[in-house]
Every structure is written in C-alpha cells, then in structure tokens.
Design a protein around this ligand. Sequence first.
Ligand code: PEP
Ligand code: CO
Length: 452
Amino acid sequence: MVKDWSPDSWRDRPIKQQPAWPDLADLDRALKQISAYPPLVFAGEARSLQTSLAKVAAGNAFLLQAGDCAESFEDFSADNIREKLRVILQMAIVLTYSMGVPVVKVGRMAGQFAKPRSADYERIGDDDIPSFRGHIVNAQGPTAAARVPTPERLVQAYHQSASTLNLVRAFTKGGFAALDRVHAWNQEFVASSPAGQRYEQLAREIDRALRFMRATGMDTESNASLREVDVYTSHEALLLSYEEALTRRDSTTGTWYDCSAHMVWVGERTRELDGAHVEFLRGVGNPIGCKVGPTMSGEDVIQICELLNPARIPGRLTLITRMGADHIESGLRPLLSAVKDSGHPVVWACDPMHGNTYTSVHGHKTRDLESIIGEIEGFVRAHRAEGTWPGGIHVELTGEDVTECIGGADKLIDSDLAARYETVCDPRLNGRQSLELAFRTAELIRSGDQAG
Ligand code: PEP
Ligand code: CO
C-alpha cells in the first residue's frame, strides 16, 4: 500500500489545468453518478499491460501508443474506431515483422478527452472566452456560451469510453485482428500509397508463413495468439475528479487502480513534483507515464522515478520524451545516462509530435512528417550512444484520409491542410503517413541494431 495516499489526497496539493466549473453541486452530482458506475477496465488487465511493459523496459519488446490527440463527441462512430484500430494493427505488424520483437499496443482511445491548454482564455474578435478543454469539459464553438464547462459531459465521456472499449474488445478478440486477415486491414486509401504497397508485400509474406505453418500440421485456426490481440487503452489523467471517481480498490490485492483506462499518464504542463497530478498517479497500481519535455534535467527525472516508482517495478513507469527534433539527441542523452546510473527500470518512449507543432502560413496548427521522423531518429541515436533501448513511440493519428500534418509520400503542403482538417485538437497523421512512419521507425531501429 502506498504511504499517506488515498484516491483524494491530490485535493490537498496545488492543481493546474482544471476547468472553472460554474456550479459545484452539479459537478458533484455527475461525479457521484460516475463513482457508482462499473469500472471500465479491470486491475488484472492493467497488471497484464505492466508485465508486457516490463519486457519493453528490458529491451525485449516495443511499445506502440497511438490514437487521437482528443477524442470527439461528434466524430464518434464504429467506422472511426475501426479505421483507427486498423492502422494501429498495420503499424504493429510492420514493427513486429521488421524488428522481430513483440509490439505492445496501447491506444490513446476510450477516454482521451481532456486537454491541457497553454492559456485559460482565447481571444475571439474583441472578447476573451474560456479555452476549449476537450469535449469532456466544454464545446468547441467560438462563443462564450459553448465554452461553459458542463459536468454532464463527464457522464457522456464515461459512456462513450465504455462503448469505444466494447467495440475495441469485440474487434480485437472477435476475429477482426486474426493474422489471416492481415490484407483486410489495408483499407483502400492506405493501400494505394507506397507504404500501403510495401505493406501488401509484407502481408503476402505473412500469408506464406501461415500456409507453411498449416502445411506442417499446425492448427492456425484455433491458436489464440494468431487470432486475437491485446489493445490496451490510455489517456492523460488530467481531470482528477473524474479519475478519482473511477478509482477502485482491487479485491484480490487491496491495491487502488484507476479503472478509467489501463494506463494513464501525466502531461508536460502538470508534472510538478509537489502537484496534484503526480500525487494522484503515485498511488494507483496502473502502469503510468510521464511526459518529459526539453526543460527536464537528469535530477528532475530521477526525482520523478523515485516518486512514481519507488519500488522500482519494471513496466510501472514509462517516460515519454517530447523535446522537438532539434533538441532530442542532446537533451535526452544526459537523462538516459542519469536514469541508467540510478538503476531505475523505465520504458523510454518517443512522442515525436508535441515538440514539433507549429502554425502554418495559412493559420493551421500542423506538424511535418519529416520533423516527426527526425525526432525519432534523434531518439534512436541518443539511445545507441548511451546503450539503452529505444522502447517505443507515442503518436497522434487517425485511420482517416485527413490533411492535418504536412509531408509524407503524398508531399502534403500548407495549402493542402484546409481540405480535410478535422481534428478537435492537435494535428494527426493520416493513415498513409502513419504506415510510412511505422516502416521508417522500424528501419531506424534496425539500422541502429546493426551499427550497435
Ligand atoms: C498530449 O499528449 O496530447 C499533450 C498535451 O502532450 P504534452 O503534455 O506532452 O504537451
Ligand atoms: Co496532442
């Protein structure tokens, strides 16, 4: 049991990035309702994820964490969930096949709603209106009325998470993810790209291998590891009152788990050592993450490790670096060596998205696929130099044919962005760009292997 911790001990700490709820009695009612609802995930599942992440920490597996920047209440459909899953499965196949290690799949899905903002207010015309904080808090429209935080949205987010998770479980356990359907994951929009063609080739090789296995007498139809996959859920634990309402004591171990997702992380803007978010995360039994930005020192990282994983449990803590393509290599190396010297077992994952965002000349928030891959390249180089394992990537993507990030084989440029710019928050890679990223990531890690 974690010392001096309870699901509400965060309430005594300074807290950032919370909405100014206009009616606290209303908020209280919504939270009480959620506290009475069933957990979304079980403690045993969170422990399985932690066991898989321990393999990543030891350098024997790779983490693929991917999904929306912010899930949307409006853009919520079976198609949307299926397309996202499809591209995640494709990426995982590419990584597994090229790198020869298991890929641990974690979606930014089924609960990734709340967003931290750099400013509390946004200037619209002559007025300052509250910032949009994700559909779990307020609506996106550019009016003061739309931006009023509404507790009923917490309840809606719970229900949307439950149905998303239900569909994810159905797809991953019900045949959709079976390895003999590897061709079917290549949807038309992706299949017609150079990465899609390359994927087809790889899928043919997998087919041949499956035929070979069947020919030798192996029953590929009933082998669960060929028919089912585990896709876990994760999100930033930002709205602590919502997370607290879903924090339950596991009856078998007596440990508290945040049952809103398998894994939860603390963001770059809320990771103060004495702050509420770190306090909350240190007490839950889930595997947890912490974003690591360019201002972090070796000492800061060690303090985070000591606070969030004092028992040094492998797989418990994932450090998600996001420094920008130009800073990652020099910024990361001292952190890798400090953590290695301390003996803390961590998963190092690269978020190549959040340090490479800029506003295009036409006014869209965007990212260039080349900078995104550039950050992964620097991340891999830093790990090679320090003798540590580049354990995974953390990316914002969608399976859909959107135009939010520039670059890639289609050579999207600034003026293309308006065509299908649909994200409710940060720009995501589209299906083609995501698959291209998977191939190039696998190559970077493999070439490092040969060099090292
Ligand atoms: C995010 O992951 O969407 C995010 C806000 O990241 P960060 O905390 O690293 O800025
Ligand atoms: Co984001």
